[in-house]
Design a protein around this ligand. Structure first.
Ligand SMILES: [Zn+2]
Length: 123
C-alpha cells in the first residue's frame, strides 16, 4: 500500500496490512507540512532465531510502533523513528517490513534457553 504524502489529511485514517503472517494495523495522519505520523501495532507469530543456540522458533508478538515520515532530507540529530521519502510516497509495506525486521534483529532467546539460568554451570 502506497499513498502520496501530500494527499494525506490531518484527520486520522485507518490502515491494515498483512505481512509474512503478521498483521500491521493502526492510523496515519498529517502532522506537519512535510510530515505524517504512522502509528500502530504489529501482531502475530513472528519467526525468530535464538541468539544463544541458533534454533528457529516462532513467538507471538504485539509490538506498538510510531513512525514519522517526512518528504524532506533528515537532519543529523533526528531520531531513528523518522523515515525520509524524498519521492513523496509513503510506502506502508516498506514501513511494516522494516518494523518487523527491527523486531527480528533484537535479542531473542528460544523458550528453552529462556528457562536456563545464565550463571548455572555444568561440569
Ligand atoms: Zn535457544
Amino acid at each position: 500500500m502506497q499513498i502520496l504524502l501530500r494527499k494525506i489529511h490531518e484527520s486520522k485514517n485507518d490502515f491494515s496490512i498483512e505481512k509474512n503472517g503478521l498483521v500491521c494495523r493502526g492510523k496515519f495522519w498529517r502532522s506537519g507540512k512535510h510530515s505524517v505520523i504512522v502509528e500502530g501495532t504489529i501482531e502475530g507469530d513472528v519467526s525468530l532465531h535464538c541468539d544463544r543456540c541458533g534454533e528457529a522458533f516462532t513467538k507471538h508478538i504485539a509490538e506498538p510502533f510510531r513512525i514519522e515520515v517526512v518528504d524532506r532530507p533528515l537532519k543529523v540529530d533526528e531520531s531513528l523513528d523518522v523515515i525520509e521519502c524524498l519521492d513523496g510516497i509513503v510506502d506502508f509495506d516498506m514501513i511494516c517490513e522494516s518494523e518487523i525486521a527491527s523486531i527480528q534483529s533484537e535479542y531473542h532467546l528460544c523458550p528453552e534457553c529462556e528457562g536456563k539460568n545464565d550463571f548455572e554451570m555444568e561440569f
